[in-house]
Design a protein around this ligand. Structure first.
Ligand SMILES: Nc1ncnc2c1ncn2[C@@H]1O[C@H](COP(=O)(O)OP(=O)(O)OP(=O)(O)O)[C@@H](O)[C@H]1O
Ligand SMILES: [Mg+2]
Length: 329
């Protein structure tokens, strides 16, 4: 995306990972600090900072048409919301127009994006059940101009049951989102749908409108349990409801490279899904987990942290893969 690539004062120096240090007179205080200290922690910080700088000067190509990505895994607490909001924020920070649809009654994505979602706030519930147009409930996120959120309130908790008796109940989100994309949302580059931890009607609605599924997998024991069921659901949706859908991306979350278990899980996931699994993993990081408490993503909360840099790298991978055409059907 060329308009993003204006010269940044830090971009030309030491931008590439592993670049050698510059002279003490010209190096910045960060480089001096870490070069004076050869501890493993300093080395790790230096690697993270170099990676961040390299990403700062990297291009984030925009997709030829809107990519609609359902972030799904019926297993709870694997990083669906964290991945949705941080990848969305990273892409938006780099100039893309991005919408996050919170499709989980817990409203965690709405919290992390700092948008109002008290009970009674116009939300995805009114879109799905009362035909309210999506642009009427979308809110701009306070920290990033090109990032929007359709919030979820606790009212959504009954939707899985209430939708059962509604006409074309699997297509409610599809109808609402298509109307948005043909009108006020025509310039959106990405739509991320943060799914609840179940394979009920809300997740089904997300899969019917999405062209891609992104599956976060936590690098823990039981990580792969339930994955077969998830894959079967995607296949069922592809056969009967939405022939465009496919699992485009798998993100390994809360990865701790010091544990054998994390490495084993990663190896196993990669052996099953070699093309979908991104090289970049998300490290377990306090900054990532504390960011929602400030109504922020880690991208704005602490852009220098290892979690923010990992999510920025993941966002770039997703952007580059999409630009190659493979993911944008
Ligand atoms: N990289 C990380 N480092 C540290 N904590 C993390 C990381 N990613 C996620 N977490 C924490 O793990 C918990 C679960 O993450 P998250 O809410 O994103 O999962 P989820 O799959 O959306 O959960 P649910 O199934 O309940 O919707 C949260 O408390 C979150 O802050
Ligand atoms: Mg969640």
């Amino acid at each position: 995306m060329s308009n993003e690539q204006t010269h940044h004062p830090m971009a030309s120096e030491g931008a590439a990972p592993g670049a050698t240090g510059v002279s003490r007179e010209t190096s910045d205080p960060f480089d001096r600090l870490v070069e004076d200290n050869d501890s493993p922690l300093a080395a790790e910080m230096m690697a993270t900072e170099r990676h961040r700088r390299a990403l700062e000067s990297a291009t984030f190509p925009r997709p030829p048409r809107t990519r609609i990505i359902a972030v799904s895994n019926q297993k709870g607490g694997v990083g669906k919301t964290t991945t949705s909001v941080n990848v969305a924020a990273a892409l938006a920070k780099r100039g893309a127009n991005v919408l996050v649809i919170d499709a989980d009654p817990q409203g965690n994505a709405s919290t992390a994006l700092g948008v109002e979602h008290r009970s009674g706030t116009p939300s995805i519930y009114e879109v799905l059940l009362d035909d309210v147009p999506m642009h009427k409930v979308a809110q701009r996120c306070p920290d990033i101009d090109t990032l929007w959120c359709v919030p979820a309130t606790i009212d959504l908790a009954g939707a899985d049951i209430e939708l059962v008796s509604v006409v074309r109940r699997e297509f409610r989100l599809h109808m609402a989102l298509q109307a948005l994309l043909e009108g006020p949302g025509k310039d959106l580059d990405y739509v991320f749908i943060d799914c609840p931890p179940s394979l009920g009607l809300l997740t089904l609605n997300a899969m019917v409108v999405a062209t891609e599924v992104l599956i976060p997998i936590q690098c823990e024991y039981y990580a792969l349990e339930g994955l077969t069921q998830l894959m079967k659901t995607v296949e069922m949706v592809r056969k009967h409801l939405n022939q465009d859908i496919h699992v485009s991306t798998i993100v390994l979350t809360m990865y701790d490279s010091r544990t054998n278990l994390a490495r084993e899980v990663a190896t196993e996931v990669r052996s099953h899904f070699p093309t979908q699994t991104l090289e970049q993993t998300v490290p377990r990081s306090v900054r990532v987990s504390e960011a929602p408490g400030f109504g922020q993503t880690v991208i704005t909360h602490d852009p220098h942290s290892s979690g923010a840099v990992a999510y920025m790298a993941i966002a770039r991978d997703i952007a580059v893969r999409g630009a190659a055409g493979a993911e944008s059907k």
